[in-house]
Design a protein around this ligand. Structure first.
Ligand code: AMP
Ligand code: MG
Length: 488
């Protein structure tokens, strides 16, 4: 093809994953689609990746839909297993195709993956396809997360296939181009530990270390050091989620990366009024992945990683268990440190003092009691405003406010300094579920304007712009509670 040789759209592939034993992936046969068309292209990201944006936009649709491959493509699906809602299953990329690892001139490596491009060796009963709505949702929310300073996979494009996909209804088929530091998951290690031999597990672990944490190759016990590192990244990541009221919704071990990036935007949603038991996902009937349980579930997942690494940690099983145990026990303390340091910042407390944690918890309890909107309450405090809301009128808030004012102006700090920091970490806008749904609905029906406006607003969540105001509105009282569905 002529357009394949056209500088390969700027893609420079170096597919290191293919050096792993064959059991870690399966070759994917291309599934050419009817009529590929790029609906969304993330030009900023494409430029950062040093891609040829114009060529990609003009001629790249067949590649981004998985109908053709660029030169040197890997064209594989990755094998992994995972605990889904506590139950262990063999999984793998059932609807994702890894085009390859794109390496930029400063030697940064990115997986370029097509989500929804058709069947793979791991599709089991599925069609490997995705509907337009959920792919638009992943694009919007992952880009919003990035703007909110949360580590995340990115979205390069949404491409329609021109083919219908069949679910409980018929939808338009689409493919999301996902960009990730890698797609190695806790579940990749569970796969190796359960279905491969020790040598393969070791190759995987060394590969992950070299790819993400190369300095650990020289550690005394590099597998313990690796476990510590992933644990640290995940503790920090979940704290980041808590800061903005993000509920992942499906924190299965296959949806937890080794890199510490948020992955797999299925039934995720954002909390409006503060409540630790908030769940949106229709399939999470037990509240396993409720807002307040996310830290605990991350710890549970890390324990599954630790189990998988046991054969590498020490030849003596008891010794290995002890070492792993000692490491994973650090999770709650580490998480709390990340969490309270971040919350301290969100409340403008610029030094660490005794009693800070209680002050944070007291405010959250007040929010819970008064059903106060988490984002708007924190932003109002950051702008030193007290809008006409029940929380701000309550005597308990008055008491809290006095303690807080005394606290933030302690040690010579000024209120202005505190507010400035607060405004830099408390967003004005988050992807509110009702607005996201409306924008996606309109897009699917042909009106792209609301989606593009929302995307624009969410890309700049900390600086007030005139159009921000309407996106701080809560759903109206008579709207039914938001329920999210898995994006298949
Ligand atoms: P997810 O809920 O996206 O994390 O997916 C869980 C598992 O189901 C993964 O192994 C996916 O590859 C697989 N899967 C999800 N949707 C499909 C589909 N339409 N066809 C085949 N496999 C799928
Ligand atoms: Mg997944």
């Amino acid at each position: 093809m002529t357009n394949q040789t056209k500088e390969n759209y700027g893609f420079h592939f170096d597919n290191s994953y293919l050096q792993l034993p064959h059991e870690f992936y399966g070759k994917v046969k291309l599934n050419p689609v009817e009529e590929p068309a790029i609906l969304l292209l993330n030009r900023t990201l494409a430029k950062q990746l040093e891609l040829d944006v114009d060529a990609l936009f003009t001629d790249g649709a067949p590649i981004l839909a998985g109908s053709q491959m660029p030169n040197e493509a890997a064209q594989i699906a990755q094998a992994y297993a995972g605990h889904q809602f506590g139950h262990f299953n063999m999984l793998g990329d059932g609807r994702a195709l890894l085009i390859g690892e794109h390496v930029t001139t400063n030697n940064t490596r990115f997986d370029i993956q097509l989500k929804g491009s058709g069947r793979t060796p791991y599709s089991r009963g599925g069609d490997g396809r995705a509907a337009l709505g959920p792919m638009l949702r992943e694009f919007l929310i992952s880009e919003a997360m990035f703007a909110l300073h949360v580590p995340t996979t990115r979205s390069l494009a949404v491409t329609t296939t021109g083919e219908p996909i069949y679910r409980e209804q018929i939808y338009e088929g689409a493919v999301l181009t996902r960009v990730a530091a890698s797609h190695l998951r806790v579940g990749t290690f569970q796969y190796a530990a359960n279905f491969c031999d020790r040598d393969a597990l070791k190759e995987l672990a060394d590969y992950a270390i070299i790819r993400h944490y190369p300095q650990l190759m020289h550690a005394e016990n590099r597998y313990v050091a690796f476990l510590e590192k992933v644990l640290d990244r995940q503790a920090s990541l979940v704290a980041n989620w808590q800061f903005i009221g993000f509920i992942h919704g499906v924190m299965n071990t296959d949806n937890m990366t080794i890199s510490g990036e948020t992955i797999d935007y299925g039934p995720c949603a954002f909390m409006d009024h503060y409540n630790r038991s908030t769940v949106f996902s229709s399939i999470d009937t037990q509240g396993r992945y409720a807002y307040g349980k996310q830290p605990q579930m991350a710890g549970w997942n890390i324990t599954r990683l630790a189990e998988s690494l046991l054969p590498l940690i020490h030849d003596d099983v008891d010794e290995a268990i002890q070492l792993a145990q000692k490491t994973i026990e650090q999770f709650p303390t580490l998480y709390e440190a990340y969490y309270y340091n971040g919350m301290r910042e969100k409340l403008g407390m610029l030094t660490a003092e005794l009693g800070d944690e209680a002050l944070v918890d007291e405010l959250l309890t007040l929010m819970e009691e008064h059903e106060a909107d988490y984002t708007n309450t924190l932003r109002a405090l950051s702008e030193n405003k007290r809008p006409n809301k029940p929380i701000f009128q309550s005597p308990n808030f008055g008491e809290w406010e006095q303690k807080w004012m005394t606290r933030i102006t302690q040690r010579g700090a000024t209120l202005e300094e505190a507010l400035k920091v607060m405004q830099s970490v408390n967003p004005i806008v988050i992807p509110r579920n009702h607005q996201v749904e409306q924008a996606i609905q309109a897009f699917v029906e042909g009106d792209t304007a609301p989606f593009l406006e929302l995307l624009q607003v969410l890309t700049n969540p900390f600086h007030l712009q005139p159009e921000h105001q309407k996106y701080t509105q809560l759903p109206s009282e008579d709207e039914p509670p938001f329920v999210s569905y898995c994006g298949t």
